[in-house]
Design a protein around this ligand. Sequence first.
Ligand SMILES: [Zn+2]
Length: 221
Amino acid sequence: MVDALLAGHGRFKAEYVAAERAFLDRLATAGQHPSALFIGCSDSRVIPELLTDAAPGELFVVRNVANRVPVRDDPDTSVGAAIEFAVEHLHVRDVIVCGHDQCGGVEAAFDGLAGIRPGSELAGWLAALLPAVERALAIETSRTLQLRRAVEENVLEGIAGLVTFEAIGTAVASGQVRLHGWVYGLADAALRAYDATRDRFVPIEEVRPDAGAGTQNRAES
Ligand SMILES: [Zn+2]
């Protein structure tokens, strides 16, 4: 497998680097100035830069299993550190929490962590998804809709987690930062976004680009 990756790196150098040498030189000398912090799942099928057509330097990315945002004071500080760095030092304008359908982490939580070794790091990490799963179970009736809803509720849980951080709270209040909840559908390769005015996820084309701040409404309520 690593052979394929090395071959890919060869193509990257021969094609992308050759074509974008001046751009890459600017990136190397000017530092990074990403416009957004993207918090997504580690799932190998959900590539932030691919689905947003973002160039190197545009997205500051955090990926973990099931795109979790541990709240402030959680023992896991890696996401919080990235949030602070992105907001306070890189001055990103948008913070996106992006889940996806058919998320293995959400499905494992949905199935009561069956198949996950009890007491493991993974079990502890995924246990935090259970409140989102419980809300989905209470709202929807079929497994398909419950899983879809659990993914969405987990994104909203992430937004709620974001605003527990001082850096985010201050930046959102001052209008420096807008929050966005997205879900990527693997079947249709399309994003849907949380629309606070309708309190549901809709095709992202239906959400005004400047409507992101609305995502905080539910998180704060
Ligand atoms: Zn996932």
